[in-house]
Ligand binder design. Sequence first.
Ligand code: NAP
Length: 340
Amino acid sequence: MSNGLTVAVLGATGAVGREFLDLFEKRNFPIGELRLLASTRSAGEKILFRGQEHVVREVSAEQFEGVDIAFFSAGASRSREWAPFATAAGALVVDNSSAFRMDTCVPLVVPEINWEAVSPNDKIIANPNCSAIILMMAVAPLRRLAKIERLIVSTYQSASGGGAGMMQDLLDQTSEVLAGRPSTPKTTPHPYAFNLFSHNTAINSEGANEEETKVVEESRKILGMPDLRINVTCVRVPVLRAHCESVTVEFDGPAPSEEAVREVFSHAPGVRVVDDRANNRFPMPSESSGQDDVLVGRIRQDPSNPNGLCLFVSGDQLLKGAALNAVQIAEHCIKVRVSV
Ligand SMILES: NC(=O)c1ccc[n+]([C@@H]2O[C@H](COP(=O)([O-])OP(=O)(O)OC[C@H]3O[C@@H](n4cnc5c(N)ncnc54)[C@H](OP(=O)(O)O)[C@@H]3O)[C@@H](O)[C@H]2O)c1
């Protein structure tokens, strides 16, 4: 520990991977040696970290030898392929993909909410889906006020949730439309500029897309409420970075007062209330981008249901929805010396 940890980032060249490097610098993460891993496409690329050039290497089993903590953000199939090598080499894997999230042997963790799910022998800790983390940050603190019975959620998800390629695609499509040229989507199934569409993942036989299924299943696991009723609609909107969510929380009795809700949020780590009715100023992606905190506002009673409370939430899903949450998990592990 005195010389720092050996840390690997698989997916270091991606949208989430780049955020890891920023966070390591900002939070003074105790790194002795950093290994940047990706595919053959970007092997050899140089990335500056703490003023020094680091060469990106193609991932291989040898790259995990001697690694203390491996952050994975290169997709679920890569996590399934490489996690066994990393853990066999003695590394703790903090995985951003969906590969292990619903595995009953793997904790799915938002440190502010369910750190107790982690045990000292865990070799893999899963980072939840970005929309699920942002939702949970707003919903979990409310459990102190009353029992939650049901959630109704609509998401407004940005391009960055689809990775660096989708962000560039949104910029390109927007430029093409503004220039009056035909626009050709490369990563999106439909025109993205000046448009929105149902989340670009496969639909199951019940009509839910994969993102919606993840939000439902993962929220239940994080809260430890396997029967919680949740209805989610996930939509991709032409915003570059940071997701928003419209949330109705239904309690088992009359919804808590707005004052009580504000009071609870004022003590919730990682949550900031932005709820300025006089100036019509509420959570926006332009304000949550680059922020660690999840912004919560439009706090009001549901006029259609005395047990309902409405919220509007915005969070940077590359940060709290991905890299920041994973780094916080690792920091907790270092603090309590779990597996490292
Ligand atoms: N974006 C988000 O907001 C978000 C939030 C939560 C979780 N996640 C998860 O995080 C992961 C990465 O997302 P992202 O948004 O950062 O995607 P991205 O910008 O597309 O980056 C993908 C990264 O994975 C690497 N990669 C792809 N195929 C590989 C292979 N065969 N072998 C080794 N490396 C490979 C890429 O390296 P090359 O440069 O070599 O292609 C790149 O570094 C995904 O599992 C995603 O579900 C993303």
